[in-house]
Design a protein around this ligand. Structure first.
Ligand code: ATP
Ligand code: MG
Ligand code: MG
Length: 572
């Protein structure tokens, strides 16, 4: 495994620190609380919180809540929960909206500096001033509103604040000079007199009806960074062009100047992260909610049982550069598998049980077998399991007719039972006439065969602690790699087998200990902060897959989610 600090010691983030080798480092993670975080945000969290931690500094969690139309309390809570789950503690939790008065005062200051004006142009007029439609660029120019005096602008801006204008009737615009001075070909639209404030007659969930005007991202973000003394403001590359307006505003207002740098976004193919599309999957009841284990929302990934440590390891291994990383689901799965392989205990689980009565098992019936939780890591310890004369094996490990290419159980054939001293040989079986399904197998120990060709997992009866469980096997939610572009829309691309349920599965009694000890210290990477819920009860079901307990579980009913298959493409 590579150094967990690799992403900070090399490449882009090493460079960022070299440009400004300033301590203490202060960073911020600034989500807009208008939705649930997804896998891409995990990178932003790892970058911002991790960079500060690596340099002995601190990171703020700042809710960038300047758009009253989209924000809701549930998102605030879920965002903090995910940051903590990933193992980070915000230095302070702040809200852009806490600064509304301070921002307003700075807007008046900007007007006083003759660097902002109240504009009443329509969208069409603004487009023309900015050189017209892309590709048909005409000359850029500034509108007559820019000619007003400071007093006129102040009066009108206060009028905006006091509700004298309807939405769209007026907005405060920064006077950034470059709209007229830079050449038609090389201009940066971020400097073409951006909006600073807009009229929005909507109550804000925190400030109520206090404000009828709200600051824009371009006005708010750099100033909030400045207020908090952010040393390194790390954002994604769609903000490269914004860097100049970011620097312009702090410099013009003569406030503390943080340094903005931009890294590449992380995205995953084969799934959808768009809020609007996930909302559709939720309302159409295609998934079990925003935290469905098939989604790549962080609450979904968490529910599926993916350990937070695996996500951080994945992000660290990808590294941070200025390029966007577009990663296939299977690469993420591979990273999870690699992490689980060395960190979780093993148990035996049967998805579709058939009872096998071992006729000559009397001497072993009720005997205790001690089974290690890991074949490789003795620190994980072992657990006891009681052998019973009737054991359950998986339907797929039995064939009604022997076949030379099938090495598991069939009439007259021998197979090993994991951890049991002798293999068994099937003698006969019974079938249900109505369903045609095998209902019971009778077998005997085969003491002649020392080395059977195959071993299978088994569980003893419920009388000695085996538990019935519902197992949910998750496959890709979509059939194609690009569900967003699927013919007929993404709903047409939904994989009908994305969730396969085994209602009558059985897990051995060792599950109780795995549950009691969860999260396994060797394992999860769950921090003190983000202490695991049911999903931190994780194990490898031998020969099947990795599983975690679902939040639908109750005291008498265990529900398990497949985190990931044992190998790529298996279990489809
Ligand atoms: P989305 O629209 O997908 O929710 P966003 O850009 O609106 O994303 P915010 O909610 O504002 O995101 O996100 C907070 C921070 O997370 C921002 O700094 C943003 O750059 C970062 N971020 C968002 N998506 C990704 C991603 N896919 N990869 C890396 N960082 C991301
Ligand atoms: Mg967002
Ligand atoms: Mg956003």
């Amino acid at each position: 495994t590579i150094d967990p600090n690799n992403m900070f010691k090399t490449g882009f983030l090493e460079e960022v620190f070299k440009i400004r080798p300033m301590k203490p480092v202060f960073t911020r993670f600034p989500p807009e609380p208008n939705g649930f975080l997804h896998i891409g945000h995990a990178k932003a969290i790892a970058v911002n919180f991790g960079f500060a931690r690596y340099h002995g500094g601190q990171c703020y969690l700042r809710y960038d809540d300047t758009n009253p139309e989209a924000e809701e309390q549930v998102y605030f809570d879920a965002i903090l929960e995910m940051v903590e789950w990933l193992g980070f503690k915000p230095y302070k939790i702040t809200y852009s909206s806490d600064n509304f008065q301070k921002l307003y005062d700075l807007a008046e200051k900007l007007i006083g500096l003759e660097k902002a004006y109240v504009c009443q142009c329509s969208d069409t007029e603004i487009k023309l001033q900015r050189g017209g439609e892309k590709g048909t660029a005409g000359p850029r120019y500034r509108c007559r509103h820019a000619e007003k005096t400071v007093e006129e602008n102040l009066t009108e801006f206060r009028g905006m604040r006091d509700g004298k204008y309807k939405p769209q009737e007026a907005f405060l615009r920064m006077k950034q000079e470059l709209i007229i001075t830079c050449s038609i070909t090389d201009g940066n639209p971020q400097m073409w007199d951006l909006a600073a404030y807009r009229v929005l007659d909507k109550p804000h969930y925190r400030t109520g009806d206090t404000w009828k005007i709200y600051p824009t991202y371009d006005f708010t973000h750099c100033l909030c960074d400045s207020f908090e003394g952010i040393t390194h403001s790390l954002c994604t590359t769609e903000f490269v062009q914004s860097r100049v307006s970011y620097e312009w505003l702090n410099k013009t207002l003569e406030v503390y100047e943080p340094m903005q740098r931009e890294y590449g976004r992380l995205s995953i193919t084969g799934t959808l992260l768009s809020k609007r599309k996930i909302a559709k999957l939720v309302t159409e009841k295609i998934v079990r909610g925003w935290n469905d284990p098939r989604l790549y929302t962080l609450i979904g990934i968490k529910r599926r049982g993916v350990p937070p440590g695996a996500i951080l390891e994945f992000v660290n291994e990808l590294g941070v550069t200025t390029a966007n990383s577009v990663i296939e689901i299977k690469r993420f799965d591979q990273a999870i598998r690699k992490y689980l392989e060395r960190t979780v205990p093993r148990l035996m689980l049967i998805l579709d049980p058939i009872p096998v009565v071992i006729d000559d098992a009397d001497e072993l019936d009720g005997k205790t077998l001690t089974i290690p939780f890991s074949p490789k890591d003795p620190k994980m310890g072992s657990h006891d399991i009681t052998f019973t004369k009737t054991v359950y094996i998986d339907r797929s490990d039995f064939r009604e007719e022997a076949d030379p290419s099938f090495f598991r159980l069939a009439p007259g054939k021998t197979v090993g039972l994991l951890q049991v001293p002798h293999p068994i040989k099937a003698v006969s079986f019974t079938k249900d006439d109505a369903t045609g399904k095998v209902t019971e197998i009778r077998a005997v120990f085969d003491k002649e065969t020392k080395k059977p060709k195959a071993y299978i997992q088994w569980v003893p009866t419920e009388a000695v602690g085996s538990r019935k469980t519902e197992v949910r096997i998750y496959n890709s939610l979509f059939k194609s790699d690009n569900p967003g572009d699927a013919p007929g829309g993404f709903l047409n691309d939904v994989n009908p087998d994305s969730e396969v349920i085994y209602p009558d599965a059985m897990v051995e009694s060792g599950f109780d200990e795995v549950k009691r000890r969860a999260p396994w210290p060797e394992a999860a990477g769950e921090s003190e902060l983000g202490k695991g819920g049911p999903e931190s009860v994780r194990f490898q079901a031998m020969r099947i897959a990795y599983f975690a307990m679902d939040s639908d579980s109750t005291d008498d009913r265990i529900v398990l989610n497949r985190i990931v298959a044992l190998k790529e493409d298996s279990g489809k």
